[in-house]
Design a protein around this ligand. Structure first.
Ligand SMILES: [Zn+2]
Length: 70
């Protein structure tokens, strides 16, 4: 957790500047944002499976709905 000595307060890792400085006084805080930044999560394969299934279902419902008109 980045701690600013002059301001005497903790900063959220996302609140400090990219250089790891306090946004209020500009002093270097203990942890640079790169160290504490959360790693971007990979989208799991079953997410795309669910999206594909939903797309196929909606396409089928659309075809079925159009077919009812004739
Ligand atoms: Zn500060």
């Amino acid at each position: 957790m980045p701690w600013c000595e002059p301001c005497e307060r903790f900063w959220n890792p996302g609140s400090v500047t990219r250089a790891g400085e306090c946004p209020t006084c500009g002093a270097a805080v203990e942890a640079p944002s790169e160290v504490d930044a959360p790693t971007p999560q990979r989208v799991p394969w079953h997410f795309w499976l669910a999206i594909t299934a939903a797309g196929v279902y909606l396409a089928w419902r659309a075809i079925d709905g159009i077919a009812l008109l004739f």
